[in-house]
Design a binder for this molecule. Structure first.
Ligand code: FAD
Length: 601
C-alpha cells in the first residue's frame, strides 16, 4: 500500500512552491499492472484501429461504433468507472494512460472514446444519484450503451450558460418536457443516452438531465456534419421537441448544470491532453522512419540538419507533454485519495480532486493540443509531397489534430481560465501569490547579486532559471492585478501573454523534474537525450517567456515602472551559460533516428 503524501501541492501552487524531483510522478513510475494495461491498449489500437485506418477516413461511422463496442468488450470503457457500477475503478493515472494510448491511431475513435467515457459518462458518475448510477452506468461501462453530451447550441458555444433549450415541468409534476436545438454533438448518431443541459423557467443557470435516446420521444437528428477531420466521428445536431424526461432524471439539483458542465470539462481537458500524446509519438516515429529511408542528394534526409531540428523539436514537445500530464494526473489521484482518507465519498473526492487542479487541466489542454498541431504539421513537411497525399496518414493526422484546439473549451477560453482561476485562488487565499509577488517587487528595487553561481550539478542552472521564470509571471500578474483589479478580465491580450508564460513554466519545470528524477535513479548516462530535451525545452520556453513578457510589459506599464520591469525580465530570463542549441538538437535527433522512432515513453 502506497503511503499518502499529505504535502502534495495544491492546484496552481507550482508557481510559488518548489517541487522536489522525487515528488513528481513520471511515466517511468508506472507499475506492472499499468504497463500491462498500456500493452493491451496498444495491441487493440494496432489491430482494430491502425489496421483499419482507411475505414476511419472513409466516414465509416458504423466501424467507429463497432470498435467502440470492441473496446467495451475488452474493458477499456470501464477503467474510470467505480467497481460498484460494473467498472474497474482504477486510479486517475491509469485512466489517463488508457486515454493516452488508445488515442493515437485516429481522431475519429479518440473523439468517440472521449465523448463516451468522459463527458458522456462522467457527469453521471460524478453527480448522479445511486439510482441513476445503478440504472445507467453499468451499461455505459460495458459499451452496451453509448453516451453523448449536449451542451453546445447554435447561439451558445463558448458562452455555454446562455443556451435556450427549455425544460418545462409537466402539470402532474412527473416529467420535464425538453425543447431545444443542440449542435456539434459527438456520438449523436449511435448513442443511447444524452446528457442534456436545459433551462428551467428563467433560471440564471442551466440544469443537467439524463435523457434516453428514443426517436418516439421527440428526438430527431441532423445529418452528419461535413468536417475537416475526425471523419468517422459522428457529429450531428440533436433536436428535442417536447421530449419527456422523468423528474428523477435530473442530474444533481436545479440550476447546477453549469457547474456540472464545467467540472465534466475539467476532466475532459486533462484527458484531451492525454489523448494528444500518442498521436505525437506515432507521427514522430512515422516521420523518423520515413526520413531514415527517404534518399535525396544520395543521403537519407534524416542526415540533414533541417530535418534533425524538426525531429528534435517534435520529440522534445511530446516528452515535455508526457512529463506535465502524468505529473498532474498523479497529483489528482493523490488528492482524491487524501480526500477519501478524510472521509469524503469517492464521488465527492473525485469531483473536488479534479477541480483542485483545474488550472493545470487548462494549461495542459492548451499546450498539448498546440504541440500535436505543430508535430503533425512538421510530419507532413518531413514527408514532403507524400505528406500532402491522402494516401499517407500524415495528412489525416494533421486534419484530426485541428479539432483539439476547439473543443473542451477553445484554447483562448482555456488560456483566460488558467490565469483567471489562479488570480481567483489567490484572492480566496488558496494560493499565496501576493506574498511572493511583493517579494519580487522588493527584489527588483534591490541590487542584484554579482556572484558567479556554481552551476556544476545537473540542472542546477536550469532549476535556478525556472525559479526566476516564475518571478516573471509574478511580476507581470502582480502588477496587472494591482493596476486593473477585477477589470483585468477585460484585458484579454495581456491575459493571453500571461497564460503563455504560465504554460511554459509548468511544462519546462515538469520536464526537468522528470529527467532529474530519472537521472538520479537510472544514471545520467542513460538519460543523455532526455537531459538534452529538457534543456532544449527550457531554452525555447525562456524565448517565449521573453517575448510574451516584453509584449505585456510594454503594453501596460509606463515610464520608470516599465523600465524596471523590463530590467527584471532581462535578469529573470538570463542564462549564465547559454546552451548550445544545435548540439542539443543534434543529440536528440540522432538518438531518435538511431531508435527509428520515439522511444522515451
Ligand atoms: C467536431 C466537434 C465536436 C464537438 N463535440 C461536442 C459535444 O460532443 N458536445 C458539445 O456540447 N459540444 C461539442 N462541440 C462544440 C464545441 O465545444 C464548441 O465548438 C466550442 O466550445 C466553441 O464554441 P463555438 O463553436 O460556438 O465557437 P464560439 O464560442 O463562437 O467561438 C468562436 C471564436 O471566438 C472565441 N471566443 C468566444 N468567446 C470568447 C471570449 N469571451 N473571449 C475571447 N474569445 C472568445 C473562441 O475562442 C473562438 O476562437 C464540438 C465541436 C466540434 C467542432
Amino acid at each position: 500500500m502506497e503511503t499518502l503524501n499529505k504535502d502534495i501541492l495544491r492546484g496552481g501552487q507550482f508557481l510559488v512552491k518548489e517541487t522536489k524531483c522525487e515528488d513528481v510522478f513520471t511515466l517511468e513510475d508506472l507499475n506492472e499492472e499499468q504497463k500491462m494495461m498500456r500493452e493491451s491498449t496498444k495491441e487493440f489500437v494496432d489491430r482494430d484501429l491502425w489496421g483499419h485506418w482507411e475505414r476511419f477516413e472513409q466516414k465509416d461511422y458504423a466501424y467507429t461504433e463497432e470498435t467502440m463496442r470492441k473496446a467495451g468488450e475488452l474493458g477499456l470503457l470501464s477503467i474510470a468507472v467505480p467497481e460498484a457500477y460494473g467498472g474497474m475503478g482504477m486510479g486517475f493515472v491509469s485512466t489517463m494512460l488508457v486515454c493516452d494510448y488508445i488515442s493515437g491511431a485516429t481522431g475519429s475513435f479518440s473523439t468517440a472514446f472521449g465523448a463516451h467515457t468522459g463527458i458522456g459518462t462522467m457527469p453521471i458518475t460524478l453527480y448522479g444519484t445511486k439510482e441513476q448510477k445503478q440504472k445507467y452506468v453499468p451499461k455505459l461501462a460495458t459499451g452496451e450503451w453509448f453516451g453523448a453530451y449536449c451542451l453546445t447550441e447554435p447561439g451558445a458555444g463558448s458562452d455555454a450558460n446562455s443556451g435556450k433549450t427549455k425544460a418545462v415541468l409537466s402539470k402532474d409534476g412527473k416529467f420535464y418536457n425538453i425543447t431545444g436545438q443542440k449542435m456539434w454533438i459527438s456520438n449523436a448518431g449511435f448513442c443511447n443516452l444524452f446528457i442534456v443541459f436545459a433551462r428551467i423557467e428563467d433560471d440564471k443557470n442551466i440544469t443537467g438531465f439524463i435523457v434516453e435516446n428514443d426517436p418516439e420521444n421527440g428526438i430527431t437528428l441532423g445529418d452528419e456534419e461535413k468536417k475537416l477531420g475526425i471523419h468517422s466521428s459522428s457529429t450531428r445536431q440533436v433536436f428535442f421537441n417536447e421530449t419527456k424526461v422523468p423528474v428523477e432524471n435530473m442530474l444533481s439539483e436545479r440550476g447546477n448544470g453549469f457547474k456540472i458542465a464545467m467540472n465534466a470539462l475539467n476532466v475532459g481537458r486533462i484527458k484531451l491532453a492525454a489523448a494528444c500524446l500518442e498521436a505525437q509519438r506515432r507521427v514522430t516515429t512515422e516521420a523518423v522512419k520515413y526520413a531514415n529511408e527517404r534518399i535525396q542528394f544520395k543521403t537519407p534526409i534524416m542526415n540533414f540538419g533541417a530535418i534533425k531540428a524538426k525531429v528534435a523539436d517534435m520529440a522534445t514537445n511530446v516528452y515535455a507533454d508526457e512529463s506535465a500530464c502524468y505529473r498532474a494526473a498523479k497529483n489528482i489521484e493523490d488528492r482524491i485519495a487524501l480526500r477519501e482518507a478524510d472521509g469524503n465519498s469517492h464521488q465527492e473526492a473525485e469531483l473536488k480532486g479534479v477541480e483542485e487542479y483545474a488550472i493545470e487541466c487548462s494549461i495542459l489542454k492548451v499546450a498539448v493540443s498546440e504541440h500535436v498541431q505543430h508535430t503533425t504539421d512538421e510530419g507532413i513537411q518531413i514527408f514532403g509531397g507524400m505528406g500532402f497525399s491522402a494516401d499517407t496518414p500524415m495528412e489525416s493526422a494533421w486534419r484530426d489534430a485541428r479539432i483539439s484546439r476547439i473543443y473542451e473549451g477553445t484554447n483562448e477560453i482555456n488560456r483566460m481560465l488558467a490565469v483567471g482561476m489562479l488570480v481567483k485562488k489567490a484572492m480566496k487565499g488558496h494560493v499565496d501569490l501576493l506574498g511572493p509577488a511583493t517579494a519580487v517587487g522588493e527584489e527588483l528595487m534591490g541590487i542584484p547579486s554579482f556572484d558567479t553561481p556554481d552551476f556544476s550539478e545537473l540542472f542546477s542552472e536550469e532549476k535556478d532559471l525556472v525559479t526566476r521564470l516564475k518571478k516573471v509571471f509574478l511580476m507581470i500578474a502582480g502588477s496587472a492585478v494591482q493596476k486593473y483589479g477585477p477589470a483585468l478580465e477585460e484585458h484579454q491580450m495581456l491575459l493571453m501573454s500571461a497564460a503563455d508564460i504560465l504554460i511554459q513554466i509548468y511544462l519546462a519545470e515538469s520536464t526537468i523534474l522528470r529527467t532529474e528524477k530519472n537521472a538520479k535513479r537510472f544514471g545520467e548516462d542513460s538519460q543523455a537525450a532526455q537531459i538534452a530535451m529538457s534543456k532544449l525545452y527550457l531554452y525555447r520556453a525562456v524565448d517565449i517567456i521573453n517575448q510574451k513578457g516584453k509584449e505585456a510589459i510594454v503594453s501596460f506599464a509606463e515610464g520608470d515602472e516599465q523600465r524596471m520591469m523590463l530590467m527584471g525580465l532581462k535578469r529573470f530570463t538570463k542564462y549564465t551559460n547559454q546552451p548550445n542549441v544545435v548540439a542539443l538538437r543534434t543529440l536528440v535527433a540522432d538518438k531518435v533516428a538511431a531508435d527509428n522512432g520515439y522511444t522515451f515513453d
